[in-house]
Design a protein around this ligand. Structure first.
Ligand SMILES: [Zn+2]
Length: 319
């Protein structure tokens, strides 16, 4: 079926954008009435986050048009669809886990609860992000701020979804430490939620504090990881050699995702050329999906390991 050409608004400077023209000519949908795209200079101040993304902004839209804009090619299209597909991925993984993976590994009720929590958290994280990127062009600044708050809350929920199966299976045989770390992580996430209620939390001035809080919550995982290595008899033990590299890969992906997020690489080197595809936030989105997928697979691996190996007597008695 031939693609319909995208209707371009007169006032947009698309002729300067070769990439956009190519993408637009391959884009299969028309722009709904009432939606046009703006340059960085034309958008309201509260939307100005990244000066290296010079064009392709949706702005000043009513809720209905924000929703309709899911089908147009803007500088948020990849951000929206990457996490919408991420949501679908974790939904299907959940169905597959419940119907095939968990029954095959002889899972008990606790395993089902842990997997439900983790996959639910991942899906919430994805949907909050989709919501933010859809409604970040809303007419009302207050609505945009609320969606931004929900996006941040979604990241916290996603982090919680990583901690729950990680701590549960790492400390499977040591109930005391499992409870300690699960309660501490829950308290940390709750503290972040409470911090988000602060009226200045989502302001531009607080962006460094916000970043610091998320980094602390993510880096907190190093403590139970080191403790887990120590409890298992250091680096020579088989379980540590099996799973530590996977934990390290997880932190490497997280570190890389975070670096793209804060540095605005690569668009800072190519201003205006990566407005639609290839910008740092898109890389961050893809890496977040990959990171959560990687952690889900690690959890399955760890659960199967735990089900196949009985807990040593030393550990079971200490619980
Ligand atoms: Zn995002």
């Amino acid at each position: 079926m031939p693609h319909k050409p995208l209707k371009l608004h007169k006032s947009t400077k698309f002729n300067e954008l070769g990439v956009y023209q190519w993408l637009a000519s391959h884009w299969p949908v028309h722009v709904p009435r009432g939606i046009r795209l703006y340059t960085f200079e034309q958008i309201p101040l509260y939307m100005k986050e990244n000066p290296y993304i010079t064009d392709g902004y949706r702005a000043r839209l009513q809720s209905k048009l924000c929703l309709k804009s899911i089908f147009i090619l803007s500088n948020e299209t990849v951000n929206i669809w990457s996490h919408l597909l991420g949501f679908l991925l974790f939904f299907l993984l959940g169905v597959n886990d419940m119907c095939a993976v968990l029954p095959a590994s002889g899972a008990n009720r606790e395993d089902y609860v842990i997997y439900c929590i983790a996959l639910f958290c991942f899906q919430v994280c994805m949907l909050c992000s989709v919501g933010y990127h859809l409604f970040s062009c809303h007419l009302s600044e207050k609505t945009c701020r609320h969606w931004l708050a929900l996006d941040y809350a979604g990241i916290s929920v996603g982090i919680l979804g990583c901690y729950v199966p990680g701590v549960f299976y790492a400390f499977y045989c040591i109930a005391f430490w499992r409870q300690v770390y699960l309660v501490t992580v829950l308290a940390l996430i709750l503290a972040v939620f409470l911090a988000q209620i602060h009226p200045h939390y989502h302001s531009r001035e607080w962006r460094h504090q916000r970043t610091a809080i998320f980094c602390s919550v993510a880096c907190y995982g190093v403590i139970p990881a080191i403790h887990w290595v120590w409890l298992n008899g250091s680096f020579s033990s088989a379980v540590v050699q099996l799973f530590l590299p996977r934990v390290m890969v997880m932190y490497l992906i997280a570190g890389a995702a975070f670096l793209f997020y804060i540095s605005k690489i690569p668009e800072c080197y190519f201003p205006g050329q990566l407005n639609y595809v290839g910008a740092s936030h898109q890389v961050w989105h893809v890496l977040v999906v990959f990171m959560l997928y990687w952690w889900h697979q690690t959890s399955v691996y760890l659960m199967n390991f735990r089900h196949s190996q009985p807990c040593p007597p030393l550990y079971t008695s200490s619980g």
